[in-house]
Design a protein around this ligand. Sequence first.
Ligand code: ADP
Ligand code: MG
Length: 315
Amino acid sequence: MIVICERCQSRFRLDENRIKAGTKSFTARCSRCRHVFTAYRPVRIQEIPFVDLSAAKHVARKGNTIAVSNQKGGVAKTSTCLNLGLALTRLGKRVLLIDFDVQANLSILLGSQETTSFYDVLQKGPQAMAQALVETPYPDMWLLPASKSMVLLNKKYFGADDYEFILNDRLNLVKARFDFILIDTPPSIEFFTLNALTASDHVIIPTQCDYLSTHGVDQILGIIDLIRRKTNPAVEARILVTMYNEEETAARVIQAKLKELYRGRLYQTIVPHDSRLREAQIMSMPVYHYDQQSRSGQAYMDLAREITESVERAG
Ligand SMILES: Nc1ncnc2c1ncn2[C@@H]1O[C@H](COP(=O)(O)OP(=O)(O)O)[C@@H](O)[C@H]1O
Ligand SMILES: [Mg+2]
């Protein structure tokens, strides 16, 4: 199993036979920074209640589960989930948003007070997944909220056999109810992002046009390649330029560079930098509801059309 130091994040391989049989947690000391912490034995997937994982791997996909992912923080992952989700409902689609980030920013923006999250879903039987989905203030938009206890998922399951399929497996129980499922992911990789990428048909990689952006895009594309070889051969990724300021020379230069480097892998839609979106977030609102004419609200509508058209073409 893999043990991760909770202070310096160093990873160590540990022979599970060295841990006393029957113990779920144990005290570990990091050989790099000497920090002493509680580590958890990964739960075998078969021990999670009532789910036939072998079946989950073969469930037919509808091409509508989309992870929004980039290891870089602050690139508009959460804003894209919320505003694209809302735009899809305006096109008549039923949308489920999954807040798969312990920071729970998406849940906060949607005013969710729920404490039930994917962590609680895994402690109960399969019916718990449908029960954990909450209605949002917006018609046809549902949310699986995040909670602080989700931090334990990484500790409990990361490194267990087939742990990357846990979300995929539970999503299959509710997929038929939705036209689109959008998964918001944290900047780190580990349990959450690997599960989200394994459960998805598409990945949106939001990026700003700044100096380090191509580096972040390269990193996540590398991880998606790994996922394609390991757990999800059909997953596809596209890059979404966000917070674009066409008046900035640097932004124009980097956008041209991104187009050249990732030819054919960029969405045509570009989301402009828009103070209306920030204002909308203060009011905990999708920007389209705050100001229908806003440039970012219109851009997310364009993105929703681009995505639905490409899914319909592929189907
Ligand atoms: N199109 C935009 N125009 C202006 N500000 C934006 C836009 N998109 C996102 N932001 C702001 O950028 C910040 C980071 O966005 P967020 O969605 O939280 O990123 P991430 O989830 O990748 O960390 C937030 O303060 C958000 O309001
Ligand atoms: Mg976020």
